[in-house]
Design a protein around this ligand. Structure first.
Ligand SMILES: NC(=O)C1=CN([C@@H]2O[C@H](COP(=O)(O)OP(=O)(O)OC[C@H]3O[C@@H](n4cnc5c(N)ncnc54)[C@H](OP(=O)(O)O)[C@@H]3O)[C@@H](O)[C@H]2O)C=CC1
Length: 343
């Protein structure tokens, strides 16, 4: 294994691409060696190509780097983090994997493909066994590993500890931040003083991705979890942080106190991944938490805060959508791959 792992970012100039730069800036294992974006940006230095919109300073280490096209021949890296639009990711991520790159993708293009791992390290690290299946089937030297949708990833780490009580069905209502739609995703005139009760394609993802994530890997395939999920997704005027109200039905009817204990005891024991939050689930007992503005940066944006656990079972969960729900999720996946010797 190399001492420093060379990391490329595909879609480096975009909203999630910038979060990748932030996540990798002082990373102990990864070093940014390539920044790739569209033809519009290629050839320019990063500071000229990108409109840096994060609160932190644009790192000096990338400011003068030349942006390259999204082309495996132009990218120098062991692992590429993909923050590309999904339709484009479908073609390009396969080209990179074919050329021997490890692709840690944040895009939805490959999430539900049967031979592609969809992974949250704290939930289903064993699904990485699909990498061998994928490489055998497709004849690729590299491979693709994906992380889930930002609403899915906030919810599923709370469902995992509920599986021990015989989780049967879940109803979820999301309140999703505007950053999830990208900088130009929703007009200010549409979202200020407003709630939009529709996010295209989101409910389908929130209802299907958890079944794969909570499913069992039998050595060749994932057997989906047998849970019924019903979702309503809403856009709310919050900058960052997706909040979700959840109703969970379990055959064993645990008390709120048992559920609280299960959340507190949820310790996947990965142990030594640099950006893994500890604890994964932060339990708040105040009646008015979690709140996105107060809780989204817990665990450097990787912690998931849960509260309002009541009879029913009902509770509220919240996590940072472009950190835990996007760039941070892909980086954590890559850290796990490195730890397992797959990168
Ligand atoms: N896990 C999750 O739930 C989340 C996932 N996402 C996903 O992440 C991805 C990126 O989202 P976001 O950062 O908001 O998008 P942006 O529109 O902000 O950025 C898109 C990036 O892709 C590049 N790009 C676009 N089209 C092309 C092309 N044809 N060829 C090469 N490069 C191209 C852009 O380059 P340029 O600047 O040069 O145009 C830019 O770097 C999407 O798939 C989105 O769905 C986003 C948020 C959360």
């Amino acid at each position: 294994m190399p001492e420093v792992i060379k990391a490329g970012i595909l879609g480096a100039t975009g909203a999630v691409g910038q979060r990748f730069i932030q996540a990798l800036e002082n990373h102990p294992w990864f070093e940014i060696t390539s920044l790739a974006a569209s033809e519009r940006s290629a050839g320019k230095t990063y500071d000229k190509a990108a409109n840096w919109r994060l609160e932190s300073k644009l790192p000096d280490s990338v400011k003068d780097m030349k942006v390259v096209p999204v082309d495996p021949k132009k990218v120098d890296a062991d692992v590429v983090f993909s923050a590309l639009p999904s339709d484009y990711a479908k073609t390009v991520e396969a080209e990179f994997a074919k050329e021997g790159f490890v692709v840690a993708s944040n895009a939805s293009a490959y999430r539900m493909e049967k031979d592609v791992p969809l992974v949250i390290p704290e939930v289903n690290a064993d699904h990485l066994g699909l990498i061998d299946v994928q490489q055998d089937k497709r004849g690729w030297d590299g491979y693709i590993v994906t992380n889930p949708n930002c609403s899915t990833i906030v919810m599923v780490p709370t469902l995992k500890p509920l599986m021990q009580f015989g989780l049967e069905s879940v109803t979820v209502a999301t309140m999703q931040a505007i950053s999830g739609a990208g900088y130009d995703g929703i007009a200010s005139m549409a979202i200020l003083d407003n709630v939009v009760p529709y996010i295209g394609g989101e409910e389908e993802k929130v209802e299907t991705e958890p079944l794969k994530l909570l499913g069992e890997f039998d050595g060749t395939k994932i057997i989906d979890a047998d849970i019924e999920i019903s979702a309503s997704c809403n856009r709310v005027p919050v900058m960052d942080g997706h909040t979700e109200n959840i109703w969970a039905k379990m055959t064993q009817n645990p008390t709120p106190e048992q559920v609280r204990e299960a959340f507190l005891n949820f310790n996947p024991g990965l142990g030594d991944l640099p950006t893994e939050p500890n604890p994964v689930l932060i339990v708040r007992d105040e009646p008015d938490r979690p709140q996105p503005r107060l809780d989204r940066n817990m665990g450097n944006g990787m912690g998931i805060t849960v509260g309002r656990i009541r009879e029913g079972i009902r509770y509220t969960v919240m996590g940072h959508n472009t950190v835990r729900g996007a760039a941070g999720a892909s980086v954590l996946n890559a850290e796990l791959l490195h730890k397992l010797g797959k990168l």
